[in-house]
Each structure stands twice: as C-alpha cells, then as structure tokens.
Ligand binder design. Structure first.
Ligand code: NAD
Ligand code: WQD
Length: 333
C-alpha cells in the first residue's frame, strides 16, 4: 500500500514514516519545511535503509498536490501538515486558519479527484478544552479555547460532514495527548526553532545549558504537587498508532475519533525529576506564575484505542526522557 504523509519531515510525521517503512509500506512525503528540514528526510532513509519519494510542496498549492497524486498511486493519506504553536495562533489566527483549514480542504479536494478516500488525521486533545473530569473519553464535549485548537475542531467537523455526504470515506481522527521522546537511534526527534514553548524541548535545552533554567508555570494547581499534570506519550508509540488506524479504515467506510494517550498523568515536577534521574543531568528550575490558558490536569481514557485499533502505549516515562535527551545530545547548536 502506498501512503502519502503530509508534514512527514516534522516531529511526529518522521517517526511515523520510519514505522511505516519498517512495516513494509511504500510512502511518499510532502513537506514545505516551514517547521522542519531536509535532514529529517535523510535520517528517515538512514534509519530504515529504504528509499521513497519526497516532494517539497505546500499543501495549499492544489497544482503541486495534484502533481503528486498524478505521479504516485496514493491509496491513503496520513495528514500531519499544519502549524501547531498555540501562542502564535492567538497572535496570528488567520495564518493558522489559512494553513491548517484551507490546506486540509485542498488536500481533501485533490484526494476526492483521484478517488483516494482514506485519511488519518492529526487532531489533538486540545479540542476537548477544559474537562469536567478525568480521564477524557471521546464522547466528551468539544470546546477548543484557542485558534489552533479551533482549527483542529473545524477540520474534525469537515471530516464528519464529508463522511455523512459520502460514506465510502474511511476517516480516522486521532486525538493526541502530549507527545514527547524520540526514536531510539537519536537521529530524529523534536527540535523547535527558537525558544521552545513545550516542556520537553525546553527541559532538554536547559539540560544542555543552552537555556539557564526552566520556569515551572505555577505550583498552586489542585494536583498532587501543585504543578500541571499531562498525559505524556512516547512519539514512537504514537507513530505505531497511525499504522493501526490505517488498518482500521483500510477496507471500510467509517469516520471515528480516537484518543491516543497512555491514561497516566505526570506532573511537571515528576517529569523534571524523571529526566534528571534517568539521564543523570541537572535541570535547574524556578516556580513562576501560571501560564495563561493552561489547564490544571488532563489525561486520556485510552480504552477505545485498545478496543477498536488493538493499540496500547508500551513505552514509559523513562524511555520518553531518555530518548529525548539522546536526540538533543546529538544535535549541534
Ligand atoms: P511539526 O511542526 O514538527 O510537523 C508538521 C510538519 O508539517 C512540518 O514539517 C512542517 O514543515 C509541515 N507543514 C506545515 N504546513 C505545511 C504546508 N502548508 N504544506 C506542507 N507542509 C507543511 O509538528 P508535529 O509535532 O509533528 O505535529 C504533527 C501534527 O500533529 C500537526 O497537525 C499537529 O497539529 C498535530 N499535533 C501535534 C501535537 C504535539 O504536541 N506535537 C499534539 C497534538 C496534535
Ligand atoms: C505541559 C505542562 C505547562 C513549558 C500543548 C498544546 C496542545 C498540544 C500539546 C498540539 C503544562 C508546563 C510548559 C514550560 C512549564 N499540542 N510547562 N514550563 O500546554 O499541555 O499542550 O502541546 O496539539 O494543544 O497546548 O503542553 O508542553 O506546553 O506544557 O511548566 O516552560 O508543562 O504549564 O502543565 P500543553 P506543554
């Protein structure tokens, strides 16, 4: 089966590309490198020792996407390409609505034209907004509260409408919790441009002494130790979930939303302590004000993924912090 990966040079896309190639899939990657670099493509080839087609292409260009579909016999798409910085989406909402939503509509249009009706879509736990309780199940109400989250919610609605109109479509909407970690080779991982917003890349740069200390955003939340609790999931487990999702939609019309998380919450301090202990490296931190828009605690109920996909996260917090550090230790700054 030939699978198109949009955004395949990015953090989650590159790990998914590796898992697909290692499981015998043919892949094609498109990426415009707006948040990644050609090195990731080379490293996917190095890890797997396999070749594949790559197109430097913006999914907002219908002509460029059509050219890809006409050259390659694409049978399914895993759609990662999007902007993902929450803070930037509040400052520049149109940039986010335009790239994430228009780009997806373009992609769906071209897929339809070429009779390709299988898509796995990267959604996010952020579509739920503030939960009334934990763990979160897929039938919780959807209340995104920033433009980035709204783009994911709108695309989910578009996909549900598409399936209502034509139930030949096989659509898997995957709601990721907090992906961290990296491939065990240390060759691919998360390397954001500039100062990171997310906690794990920030911790890594502090440990590497590129940043002075971590600001822990608030220790007065109603949680075990007062700091925010999240469901961190190893990116390799997450990538494997995409293969299961592809199998799930391969031979039927369906549109289904599924959480990909571990079901376990860790606090900021638990994560920092695990990182220091496992990697034997110091992570100086200071407690600061809460970050506006942050929630106290949320974690997944991952039981639907186990039931319908036969998928369950296998890697624990130690693997997550170890592999993140291995990747960053290998990077030149
Ligand atoms: P990433 O930024 O590392 O990867 C996205 C890739 O898409 C990048 O390589 C970027 O260059 C590319 N891209 C962006 N716009 C494009 C366009 N118009 N045309 C072609 N390529 C384009 O992000 P990631 O962490 O790998 O996230 C992948 C997907 O998962 C995104 O849709 C993101 O919203 C979603 N997601 C991420 C997280 C997370 O915490 N990382 C959580 C939930 C959901
Ligand atoms: C995790 C915890 C912070 C940085 C974001 C998006 C979400 C999804 C995943 C895409 C929180 C604390 C963080 C720091 C800190 N992305 N923290 N100091 O906010 O849970 O989720 O990424 O879909 O949509 O909102 O992730 O890594 O930013 O924060 O104390 O410097 O770490 O307060 O408790 P978040 P995060």
């Amino acid at each position: 089966m030939k699978v198109l990966i949009t955004g395949g040079a990015g953090y989650i896309g590159s790990h998914t590309a590796v898992e697909l190639l290692e499981s015998g899939y043919d892949i094609v990657i498109v990426d415009d490198f707006s948040n990644s670099s050609p090195e990731a493509i080379e490293n996917i080839k190095k890890i797997t020792n396999k070749d594949f087609s790559f197109y430097k292409c913006d999914i907002n260009s219908k002509d460029a996407l059509s050219a890809v579909f006409s050259h390659e016999k694409i049978e399914a798409v895993i759609h990662f390409a999007a902007y993902k910085a929450v803070g930037e989406s509040c400052r520049l909402p149109i940039k986010y609505y335009s790239n994430n939503i228009s780009g997806t509509i373009n992609l769906l249009d071209v897929m339809n034209e070429y009779g390709c009706k299988k898509i796995v879509f990267s959604s996010s736990a952020t579509v739920y907004g503030e939960p009334e309780e934990n763990p979160m199940t897929e039938d919780f109400p959807l209340h995104p509260f920033n433009p980035y989250g709204t783009t994911k919610y709108i695309i989910e609605e578009i996909l549900r409408d598409l399936y209502r109109a034509d139930n030949e479509w096989g659509i898997s909407i995957l709601r990721y919790f907090n992906p961290i970690g990296a491939h065990h080779s240390g060759l691919i991982g998360e390397r954001p441009n500039g100062i990171p917003n997310n906690i794990m890349p920030y911790i890594c740069l502090v440990a590497k002494k590129k940043l002075e200390k971590l600001s822990v955003f608030g220790n007065d939340y109603p949680t075990r130790d007062g700091t925010g609790v999240r469901d961190y999931i190893h990116v390799v487990d997450l990538a494997k979930g995409h293969l299961k999702a592809l199998e799930y939609i391969a031979d039927k019309g369906i549109c289904d939303s599924i959480n990909l998380g571990t079901g376990c919450g860790y606090s900021v301090l638990e994560l920092v302590n695990a990182f220091s202990r496992v990697n034997n490296v110091e992570v100086p931190y200071v407690i600061t004000e809460r970050r506006p828009g942050d929630l106290a605690e949320y974690y997944a109920d991952p039981s639907k993924a186990e039931k319908v996909l036969g998928w369950k996260a296998e890697l624990g917090i130690e693997d997550m912090v170890k592999s993140s550090w291995k990747f960053i230790s290998n990077q030149q700054f």
